[in-house]
Design a protein around this ligand. Structure first.
Ligand code: GLU
Length: 335
């Protein structure tokens, strides 16, 4: 694919994102909650790292309570029964991340690993009831910074959006058990001399606002204390790609999962360096629905054991990470 075509596809994606994505207000609120200032594609001044609270084990989730109820027969009084009565599951997703949550311009469908995780949740609530597969699920495209406010406000029931579980977020929303283990790396043009995170000093490095990635770039400990990386924050990951392609930034740094998709979209880029963070993904749910967290965790336990998780991994990720699926991340529970 030529660079011009790649850029054209990205611009299409950005237009779609601009149409479907939500307010700057929510973005600003989320950033404020994270202690990160919203910035545009202009370079942000390097700032001190966000103070991240510690907690015993943020990835320990609520234990399942027995077998799943039969699809279409959610227990009276449960949040799942509320969803069933409504007739559809409201989900928050990314639509700009190839392989995880991506609006495919060929058929207008949002697709990817995260999307299939959510389709499993809808199927567990409603079953295969002969409806079109999109009837029982309603997608809202959101940015990284909108994930927490959309869960907190109830605009969506659940978010699956390459979202890292950490102590700070754990105070604001509940998370499912870990369903994917990612880690932060770097994407550069294939002509770049940068080979690892220690070479980002003084370089403009792009990441999405409200992501752990931008906080890690801001963290001067990841680069040179004397010459820190210059973080550039944008709304969506494809905005970073455009900035890399037009030379506004020197590198993109985020999860290996997201970078793998961007590298497919632009073959004139390369992913470099080892993972320098751990990014365990969880599905985010409002803190007032612990029964739904337990339900999703029992579903994930089934998917780990019956091959569903491995099949979804193979469907989306074998083309970039090799043919053999890893073992699914083990669940840990605290209550
Ligand atoms: N996993 C990271 C996060 O949750 C980066 C991915 C993203 O923002 O979409 O912040």
């Amino acid at each position: 694919m030529t660079r011009r075509l790649t850029v054209a596809l990205l611009v299409l994606g950005l237009l779609a994102a601009a149409c479907a994505s939500s307010t700057d207000h929510a973005t600003t609120n989320a950033l404020a909650a994270l202690g990160v200032q919203p910035t545009s594609t202009t370079a942000a001044p390097p700032g001190p790292s966000t103070t991240v609270p510690t907690c015993a084990s943020p990835t320990a989730s609520l234990a399942p309570q027995g077998a799943l109820p039969a699809p279409g027969r959610m227990p009276a009084g449960s949040f799942m029964a509320t969803i069933q009565a409504r007739g559809y599951l409201k989900v928050g997703v990314d639509q700009t991340t190839l392989l995880f949550g991506y609006l495919n311009p060929a058929d207008g469908q949002i697709e990817g690993f995260d999307i299939d995780m959510l389709r499993q949740v809808a199927k567990a609530i409603f079953g295969d009831d002969g409806q079109n597969e999109n009837t029982r699920i309603r997608f809202t495209a959101i940015t990284s910074a909108e994930r927490i406010p959309f869960v907190q406000s109830g605009q969506v029931d659940i978010v699956a959006d390459t979202m890292t579980i950490n102590c700070q977020r754990d105070q604001l929303v509940d998370f499912s058990s870990v369903y994917y283990d990612a880690g932060q790396r770097i994407l550069v043009p294939d002509t770049s001399p940068i080979t690892n995170s220690s070479q980002l000093g003084g370089k403009k490095v792009c990441a999405a606002a409200g992501s752990t990635s931008i906080a890690n770039v801001v963290d001067t400990g990841q680069t040179h204390a004397s010459s820190p990386a210059i973080p550039v924050s944008v709304n969506n990951w494809t905005d970073c790609m455009v900035a890399l392609q037009n030379g506004t930034v020197d590198a993109i740094s985020t999860d290996d999962t997201i970078l793998a998709g961007l590298a497919v979209q632009d073959p004139l880029t390369k992913v470099v360096g080892p993972k320098f963070t751990d990014e365990p993904y969880g599905m985010a749910i409002n803190k007032s629905h612990p029964d739904f967290v337990r339900f999703v965790n029992e579903l994930l336990a089934q998917e780990r054991g019956d091959g569903t998780w491995a099949a979804i991994w193979t469907k989306w990720l074998s083309k970039v990470f090799g043919s053999t699926p890893p073992a699914p991340p083990a669940a840990t529970y605290s209550g």
